[in-house]
Design a protein around this ligand. Sequence first.
Ligand SMILES: *Cc1c(COP(=O)(O)O)cnc(C)c1O
Length: 402
Amino acid sequence: MVVVYSYVWIQNRCVNMIAHLFNAPLGESEAAVGVGTVGSSEAIMLAGLAFKRQWQNKRKAEGKPYDKPNIVTGANVQVCWEKFARYFEVELKEVKLRDGYYVMDPVKAVELVDENTICVAAILGSTLNGEFEDVKHLNDLLTKKNQETGWDTPIHVDAASGGFIAPFLYPELEWDFRLPLVKSINVSGHKYGLVYAGIGWVIWRSKDDLPDELIFHINYLGADQPTFTLNFSKGSSQVIAQYYQLIRLGYEGYRNIMENCQENAMVLKEGLLKTGHFNIVSKDKGVPLVAFSLKDNSCHNEFEVSDMLRRYGWIVPAYTMPPDAQHVTVLRVVIREDFSRTLAERLVNDIQKVLYELDTLPAKVTAKVQESNKKSEIETQREITEAWKKFVREKKKTNGVC
Ligand SMILES: *Cc1c(COP(=O)(O)O)cnc(C)c1O
């Protein structure tokens, strides 16, 4: 009982601090509510359910059909939104990306909104290139549409990565509860919240935005305890760790760390630009990460760069963008607290070596990859492994790089 009480107390302290960080309004009848979750995914399930229930209640009261809810997002959403849509039977309406624009276009998003839209989900810090979506513009456009139609479509901000970046690096950027239509926000404690994996947060603007039906009350632990997470018991260590980080580092501590990450991201970006081989696909103002693609991938592509970097101990993923930008492949490096300037410089160095090696390597690996589209995946993998083994064997004869 004492343990549960302390846990709830510490959790609520974290909720208050994070709500404050996100500029939740503080009035007589206003007080943000929220809860610690396993990560942003669980947080998003809860936020999505709250919107679905709110919308259904409103439609029922108006005597209108409430069986075809939809949600509007960009095609760049993290997979947890697709999970939410499928698990909880909400149609996902995605705004397509286009060449050179890899986040949700607010104009197109608002065009997709109809009377069945439970919310528009904006992302603060796209998983794919770290870019912040323009939530303020979205809020303005949606306010106008709501006035014209009489709907009151709200906004959720998925700030899984950006929620612990923007308040420290760009405090003037309006993306949070300062915008009236933003009713809930999620953030991952285990990304830039600086806690080990297993903690996320969802914050609602006020308790009116969290329908009562989602809250269960149990008393068998000795006192009334409201619960509104998908699972019940979980370890308290992550919540305690989050509390520790928040009070140990404070606003200034987090700001220093995020500034450092951002500076190291810029060192990496400049180094990559200097090679002359890459286009930068991430933005300077965003999550501290560098997403980049080859200027010329006709001979060797980003997947080969990724594969070759593994030999130097780097795991830099290469992936294709979602529709309609699927022809663009990017490599992505996320800069965390422990990624120092020295490491950034070493990575640029190793990438340079990889580029040099690829230049001396015939285009046959690429050719094989293309030709092997007809072959089974295992066959392809075997062939590529063989090609690399051969390449490494030959290399080893002349130098000691491994
Ligand atoms: C990482 C991420 C998620 C999922 O978060 P988890 O904490 O891993 O569950 C959701 N949305 C975005 C934008 C993310 O970057």
